[in-house]
Design a protein around this ligand. Sequence first.
Ligand code: G3P
Ligand code: MG
Length: 252
Amino acid sequence: MQAAPHWPLPFWIAHRGAGKLAPENTLAAFRLGAQHGYRAFECDVKLSSEGIPFLLHDATLERTSNGQGVAGDLPWGELARLDAGSWHSRAYAGEPLPTLEALARFVLANRYGFNIEIKPTPGQALLTGKVVGREVLRLWGGSGFAPLFSSFEPEALQGAKEAAPEILRGLLLDSLREGWLNEAQALGCAAVITNYRLMDEATVGSIHAAGMKALVYTVNDAEAAQALIARGVDGIITDAVDRFSPAQEPHQ
Ligand code: G3P
Ligand code: MG
């Protein structure tokens, strides 16, 4: 029998690299998060028009780059020329959008934990899950490390499960919709990751009773973090990398 895959994340996870301190989902942001002591990172991944996985939160380019329109409609050659830093501040002018491969180099060289949120362009959930699954096997295979997949879209997790069943998955929830726990179990998830406002003691208990980890996003307030730690959550995704020290794992 194969041993269960090792849980790949420490307690504290830096959201989109370094929260709002650097342009989200750029290599510069992950470097800054690491400078603040973070050893695990969340990012958002989608596909270029020819299927190259790269980092971007929104479906469209306007908010976080000087590009326009639906990012997934453009080939990587055009996306690679965009400025994804100037919108944030002049210090980051010219910062490019990174491929998942570029992040993998950084994460693997430093042995960081990595949570890949599969954030498909609308209508591409299953395909994105499959392609990102294959890419992760190619990039992380044989390294002895692995990221955690997560998604709000069950179809994306299904695609990842088909392509890379051995890579752990987490279902993201911004509401506790009917049947959410069964849904996570049917997808073979190792974790449920909710909006932190949803994670009360009973919810933590149900997730743990089902043999899964209970994680929360995006916690930036110290009181909220303390309450969640007291409820027994297994991980916190935060923007506040300059305020929360990741040096101590709360449950050790
Ligand atoms: O993965 C947790 C969190 O990133 C989910 O929400 O919108 O920030 O991607 P969002
Ligand atoms: Mg995200």
